[in-house]
Design a protein around this ligand. Structure first.
Ligand SMILES: Cc1cc2nc3c(=O)[nH]c(=O)nc-3n(C[C@H](O)[C@H](O)[C@H](O)COP(=O)(O)OP(=O)(O)OC[C@H]3O[C@@H](n4cnc5c(N)ncnc54)[C@H](O)[C@@H]3O)c2cc1C
Length: 426
């Protein structure tokens, strides 16, 4: 029986809350400090790959997830005319043990928050507390912060997990010279619209090429009026010199910064697919946000004594390949497992890091190499006006081999034994 620890988590995002649920299940006393005074359903769509869904399933969250999310059936790559280049079956249809879910980020976070409040006790979810720093004190950690009134507060724990996102205060304490996130010159406009379901109502599509791409997928079951909440992302390259990162984004990255339709119509206004009216979807936006494509360089270490990092605080990556939330959820499962298997806390945290840090660093690097966009670029270059037969433009076997190589490199394992599966994209 592992020792019950008093664990403090900074950040009640998807990573922090999943970690809280996994650690509470193992008998630890967990407290979550969340900077936001009130949890609102912020963000737009995200995807959970099957191996992350397996973690949430083990936590008993499958019924809640299934009722709010869309089980993605396929990822389709298309050119900017909406013609299919490649179809990759996803979730159960693709031979995985669990579905891939497309879901509204804010609603997922709120569901995790409700579950955590019920299981940990509502008093253990402390909102309006921004952690500002932490010190080691023997076998304990003292975390400092400010509460909603601006008063300075502090709290002792035997472990501190910093799950406080891309602008993590704890990461900054340990790496004060790191500076702002690195931008690759791409801007993403992320929107939601209510629209008639497209294709089979469960497909994710990435259409276009490296300089301008339209990603679209439904994130909720159809409503009684037949319409469905659709998440879409317009990617536009604003700077050509940022490939691989290295630029500073215009303005501080803020997940809730509003975007403008006027910035999109000159590029996407003529993109009418046989199965989707892209400008119509953009014009129908119920929400539109703007976010530069940023990440940070992989760190040499996450752990400092009994303090460690998790999720975006540890490894912010481009939101490509559905890996942002997925990797945070895998971190949560890994840290719980490490503390189950090893009584010495610092060794357990080192084991967690040894399991997760190399993999996450690899995905950061893979995403910088544009991943599967390479295929879209090749087709755009060879057939900018579309094609009559795909085989005349690109060898389908070549595309298939490329996709399989990418998935293997990113750690996706198809048809894995029950309870361990994986797959990719946004
Ligand atoms: C408001 C918001 C909207 C987002 N929208 C999208 C989206 O639409 N699409 C997408 O792909 N990804 C989005 N993301 C990012 C995505 O949720 C993460 O990449 C992924 O889920 C990993 O989650 P995380 O828990 O590590 O980090 P995050 O989801 O960033 O969660 C971090 C949490 O920590 C809290 N926090 C921050 N600083 C402190 C502090 N000092 N002390 C205490 N708490 C702190 C934040 O309020 C947040 O709740 C969004 C993130 C946020 C915060």
């Amino acid at each position: 029986m592992p020792m019950a620890l008093d664990i403090l988590i900074a950040g009640g995002g998807i990573g922090g809350l999943t970690a809280a649920l996994a650690l509470q299940r193992d008998g630890h006393q967990v407290t979550v400090c969340e900077a936001a005074a009130e949890l609102k359903p912020l963000g737009v769509g995200i995807n959970l790959l099957p191996h992350a869904v397996a973690v949430l399933d083990e936590l008993g969250l499958m019924p809640a997830l299934a009722s709010m999310a869309v089980p993605t059936s396929a990822l389709v790559f298309a050119n900017r005319h909406g013609q299919t280049i490649y179809e990759d079956l996803r979730g159960l249809a693709g031979g995985y043990s669990h579905p891939q879910f497309s879901v509204h980020r804010g609603e997922l976070q709120q569901m995790l928050w409700r579950e955590a409040a019920a299981r940990l006790g509502a008093e253990r979810l402390v909102s309006g507390w921004r952690i500002t720093g932490a010190q080691l004190d023997g076998d304990e950690v003292i975390a400092q912060g400010v509460d909603a009134s601006g008063a300075t507060v502090s709290r002792r724990a035997s472990v501190l997990i910093a799950a406080d996102g891309i602008h993590s205060a704890i990461r900054r304490q340990f790496y004060p010279d790191e500076g702002p996130p690195r931008w690759n010159g791409m801007m993403m406009w992320r929107g939601t619209s209510l629209a008639k379901p497209f294709l089979d109502g469960r497909t994710m599509v990435q259409a276009g090429h490296r300089r301008a791409k339209f990603v679209v997928y439904p994130i909720a079951p159809p409503r009684p009026d037949g319409r469905q909440l659709i998440n879409w992302i317009c990617d536009r390259r604003l700077r050509e010199d940022g490939l691989g990162g290295g630029l500073t984004a215009p303005g501080r990255e803020d997940w809730n910064k509003p975007g403008s339709i006027d910035d999109l119509m000159p590029t996407f206004g003529g993109w009418r697919f046989p199965w989707l009216d892209v400008p119509g979807v953009i014009q129908g936006a119920t929400q539109l946000l703007e976010w530069p494509m940023v990440d940070r360089d992989p760190l040499p270490r996450w752990r400092h004594g009994r303090i460690t990092l998790l999720g975006d605080a540890a490894h912010p990556m481009y939101p490509i390949g559905s890996n942002g939330a997925t990797q945070a959820i895998l971190d949560a499962a890994a840290i719980a497992k490490a503390l189950r298997k090893e009584r010495r806390v610092e060794t357990a945290l080192a084991n967690y890091e040894a399991e997760r840090r190399p993999m996450c660093a690899r995905i950061v690097e893979l995403n910088r190499q544009e991943g599967l966009d390479y295929i879209l670029d090749m087709v755009e270059e060879r057939a900018p006006d579309g094609f009559a037969r795909l085989e005349e433009v690109i060898d389908p076997a070549e595309v298939d081999a490329f996709v399989k190589r990418y998935k293997a490199a990113a750690g996706h394992r198809q048809a894995a034994p029950a309870g361990t599966s994986p797959a990719p994209e946004r």
